[in-house]
Write a new protein. Structure first.
Lengths: 333, 326, 326, 333
């Protein structure tokens, strides 16, 4: 674990702190609701929630501008939400409704949104990395000052695609930020059983990519690291890699009986819940009143409640549309 | 003894591990996690981490390592979590496993078994719903098994391990929870022949694996409508059991192939072509095909259902070739 | 103007680079080496290393990067040195390029062109002699082009680049040195239709790409034997031009598919199945197939020749379906 | 380049030196003959010769015992020969004769030989690495004290298979020696244009694999390094990686016009011809007389001449055997 066990998180001002707290709360509430909805059979397929890891998406996405590009994994509800995809469109997608961000065709693992440059949503571990390299290449070749941020789990590091992508990005000096969400497990496989070298920032550095590790439970540390890296990437300093040390509090998916880890380990990490950490520090620092907290919670609650309502009232794509979009309906612009 | 398909596969793996010290199981999350579909649950405790070997996410690497271990005298069972991820290992499968024996002039055989889950139907979306077993059947040097029953789920593995050449076993994800009676002493089964799962005289319904239950159900409905369907379970997609296929069609003169793969260039095309080449003058109707819609499989339940072969579509196709409009 | 197939491909690439600043060529040794088959020779000097972009040996990585660049608004031409190495990139091709549009509900199209050399006949052995274009044609979301003529070698590329979806172009290695006349201003060609390369009334010889020359030669020999063969060049393997195929067969009532791919589950099976489904009652004979032997292609010249479709085998197959025993 | 430009090579005794000289000469003469035979259209397909790199195979294979396992690439004539595959069987293979080591089915890129545990011959760059990992795994699981040696070019390092294989070998602590033949080019692609990190031993070390670089033109240095590594691997110290810095004097294949490098560079490297280096040192040290040299040359010459004769008189596999060995003719033992 990086950083002190109880860092003293001090946002630059109360508004900023409350904003980050709200962002994390929005994800937390959405994910908790997803779990409930899965149990109620409203959501099907595979469902992977992000509970415990919210600080990573919140901190990183905070550092991007609207024209930047995001590529994520199957554990991406939070990334989509914080990138600006409406909660309703996300939930409707998981309901399989045409009002979903992919007409209900993608589901939980395949959220996409052109409006926010959110390129998914990829259910093949490490499958998004080469794609992100190409998106960054397009920016660079077009002279656009954008940054591509690519999220993936530490499990992806073992795949050949990780290796090929880091090398290409470094060779071509591309404007890309690799964000490794190291939650210590790939399904049931602990990092020490999947990597001979468990210091992932060190691994990334072997590609001559600037890399460092960050306490992924400290949203301010995440934000600061991401901002530094994004600024560097944007200014032409080439690809960067950040390892966020985090933990998932829940099972890998709704099918995971969690045989591979001790309850005590989970509890220990829960003591570093990123929301609690920020909330407590802010309370101690006098940056957050009980009213503030109630207010933030209800804001997150009501957003999610409205989203559920939206999804519930969604409609089904006509079956006749099944073969639409296998190929495009128009020529390329 | 009551058993699920999942338990039958597990029993087959356990049999193999007990019978032959050269056998080991390797793949992502086969051990500590208990198997992503709980197939290998408990085996780690029974056989230890050397023989129930968790791998990192490195499909090409560990499939290739399985090939090497087979060359080195072991009898590896490599589990690729699902067929979808096997695309990452395709070079190793095609260019090494399937080619080494021929290319070395008969020197190096590769007694490797690769198991994977296949198929759609569980709302897993485009990247987790492929049915590529028929596609793999295009590759010379591979043997492709598609167990549909509890007996085959348990018994094919051992026969496959005794085969000196690489064998791929595809287990349809929707079958794991199917339960039935399985003889406690159920053992190896042959992997060379197709099996008639329901005899009949009017039309041959030819299928395998995950669509067998729907085809049997369709045959029942057809019986009610006065069409006596024979249901042929291919069991092996490469090599195909031409004798059994042609014998059934010779009897019924009409056939429908039911395959969850995409239609164009799928195994259904090969069956149609073979039947027509060999029985053209005996056929009363062209071979019918019921396949998946040619789309990346969508998540939404109603759309996914529309994409996959259904009892209804099978019945309709059988009625069409038998001229029984219903 | 006299041109080789190689020069025609190069002219097509040059046209595209000149026409559209979003176009670039990327692949192993396309630049400094001059292209492994000398296709891109000289382009580095003309367009510079940004647009003639050499890549490391990382097929999955740079094909995926091509997909990303296409998503990002570029018009990449990705060269995979040969189809054999494309297996390493198959996950990116199937799970990203072919699926993104559908899976995103129509939001993200992938205007990517992937070119690769295909085929055997040059004694390159099992790992360098695959003909997998027919296999790729199984995948919804892809368009598969197989230029057999100089016009198509030059003209298909631009049309492919204008296509909003991923297009794979397979160039048969044995065609690069074929020379002929090519109009200096030869430009884009359609990629939707098959072409009759020789009209005839007795039998339809259906083929594409590398086997077109042998089929034309066979048609000449058949003419001498009194069999008037029509030669249909498919040009596109996905989607198939059903109208042209069925129109030809409706006329001849007999057909032979010639395909260098392996027989079982190849594109020849799909053609056979489609023709039979649509023209069963008009056919005078089952559809014939001349394919490669189902073996990893051997090195020795006589063995390789025995494995591949030959003029002799094509003639024999045509005689068989036309009942002209010779 | 590692090591002094003109190392003083001093074999432990003249016999040892002459043996290594002979091994390199055997490969050199065989390869030269292959080039001639290709021009005479006796050999077809792709042909990749090893001229200039002989010290690597000679030094490494010297350090193995008969039960060890070797995996190589399409540039493997020398490895096959020095591993003990008869020159006649190698040439007959390239002639496409049934007397060839693979019945003429493999050709230049696919030499295999069960008798010497020579597992090829692989025409897919990096395709042999996972295989070698598996062979080593089999040895380890069976408790056999063997070492698997896997040769590959520096171009293979960019492939995902390299990454996955090194990690697996290290994770599982396998008895394998990775031998990277860094001849600076992958076809026309110079190392600096294919790797963001060009120090390959350092790259390998990032997998926690013991790794070092060796002057690949100094056969004694190669042998010593290989022996040290092989002994370590055999004694259970886990995977090792050696980078051999070498150079191919000839074109990549018979189709390569060599546009990507300067003639002067080739000439500079030719000054470090591994055969000349050893020969000169031994002459200076009084370990090699003019007669010795003549004798070694004629030994190599006559072996190759006999091999050509063997290949020329070879016969063709019956065409009816085409479909043999797609599947085995017997059940597994
Ligand atoms: C190529 C591939 N192999 C296997 C899987 C099955 N799988 C899904 S998620 C997962 C674990 C991934 O772990 P990690 O990358 O650490 O991400 P996390 O789930 O911890 O966020 C596995 C093995 C997959 N989706 N893709
Ligand atoms: C996967 C794959 N991609 C491309 C090729 C084509 N190719 C053959 S050799 C080669 C260069 C390999 O260079 P390196 O690994 O350094 O070995 P060297 O030839 O220098 O010995 C390439 C690109 C191939 N055989 N396999
Ligand atoms: Mg993880
Ligand atoms: Mg090299």
């Amino acid at each position: 674990m990086t950083g002190p066990l109880s860092p003293s998180l001090r946002p630059r001002d109360p508004g900023h702190g409350r904003h980050l707290l709200l962002q994390m709360l929005r994800v937390r509430r959405l994910e908790e609701r997803c779990v409930e909805l899965y149990s109620a059979a409203k959501i099907r397929g595979f469902l992977h929630v992000y509970i415990g890891e919210e600080a990573v998406a919140a901190g990183v996405l905070e550092s991007l501008s609207a024209d930047d590009t995001v590529v994520a994994t199957y554990r991406e509800h939070g990334h989509a939400l914080l990138r600006g995809v409406p909660a309703g469109a996300i939930l409707a997608e998981m309901y399989g409704r045409v009002e979903g961000c992919c007409r209900g065709r993608g589901g939980s693992m395949h959220l996409f949104d052109a409006a926010t440059n959110f390129y998914g949503g990829n259910a093949i571990v490490a499958g998004g990395l080469p794609l992100a390299v190409g998106l960054a290449l397009a920016d660079k070749m077009s002279g656009r000052p954008h940054v591509t941020v690519c999220f993936f789990g530490e499990g992806a590091v073992a795949e050949g695609e990780f290796h090929e992508s880091l090398n290409l990005a470094a060779l071509w000096d591309l404007p890309i930020l690799f964000c490794c969400e190291n939650n210590l497990y790939a399904m049931g496989t602990a990092l020490v059983r999947s990597e001979s070298q468990t210091d992932l920032a060190l691994k990334a550095a072997s590609y001559e990519v600037s890399a460092w590790a960050v306490d992924g439970m400290d949203v301010l540390a995440v934000e600061q690291a991401a901002r530094t890296a994004v600024d560097a990437v944007r200014s032409g300093a080439g690809p960067h890699f950040l390892e966020f040390r985090t933990y998932r509090f829940r099972a890998h998916s709704m099918f995971d009986p969690e045989r591979y880890r001790e309850k005590a380990e989970v509890v220990a990490w829960q003591a570093r819940d990123p929301i609690t950490l920020l909330r407590s520090s802010m309370e101690e620092n006098g940056q957050l009143t009980a009213d503030d907290w109630t207010q933030l919670q209800s804001e997150a609650e009501s957003e999610v409640a409205a989203a559920v309502k939206f999804a519930e009232s969604g409609t089904l794509e006509p079956v006749e549309d099944l073969t639409r979009f296998v190929y495009s309906e128009r020529r390329a612009p | 003894m009551k058993s699920s398909y999942r338990e039958a596969v597990r029993a087959g793996i356990r049999d193999a591990l007990q019978r032959d010290p050269r056998v080991f199981l390797m793949g992502e999350d086969v051990g500590a996690y208990g198997g992503s579909f709980a197939v290998s649950l408990g085996l780690l405790e029974e056989f230890g981490p050397e023989r129930i070997r968790d791998t990192p996410l490195s499909e090409s690497g560990f499939v290739g390592a399985g090939i090497g271990a087979a060359l080195g005298g072991m009898r590896p069972i490599v589990e690729i979590m699902t067929v979808n991820f096997s695309l990452l290992a395709l070079d190793q499968i095609v260019n090494n496993a399937a080619s080494l024996l021929h290319m070395s002039g008969g020197q190096f055989h590769v007694p490797l078994v690769i198991r994977m889950t296949t198929g759609a139907g569980r709302q897993l979306g485009a990247q987790h719903s492929h049915s590529l077993e028929g596609w793999y059947a295009h590759i010379p040097g591979l043997r492709i098994l598609v167990p549909a029953t509890l007996e085959d789920a348990r018994g094919m593995l051992w026969t496959a391990l005794e085969d000196p050449d690489p064998v791929l076993i595809f287990e349809h994800g929707s079958l794991y929870n199917v339960t039935g009676e399985l003889d406690d002493g159920a053992g190896p089964v042959d992997i060379d022949t197709a099996a008639i799962r329901r005899p009949g005289g009017d039309v041959s319904l030819i299928t395998y694996g995950g669509t067998l239950p729907a085809v049997l159900e369709a045959a029942e409905q057809l019986a009610d409508a006065g069409v006596d369907a024979e249901v042929l379970d291919l069991r092996t997609l490469r090599p195909l059991d031409d004798d059994a296929i042609l014998a059934s069609v010779a009897k019924t003169r009409r056939s429908v192939v039911v395959d969850e793969g995409w239609r164009s260039g799928g195994i259904s095309a090969e069956l149609s072509a073979r039947i027509t080449e060999n029985a053209f003058y005996e056929l009363d109707a062209p071979v019918g095909r019921v396949c998946s819609a040619e789309v990346p499989i969508p998540y939404a339940r109603h759309m996914e259902a529309a994409a996959l072969p259904s009892v209804e579509r099978i019945v309709a196709a059988a009625r069409e070739v038998t001229g029984n409009g219903g």
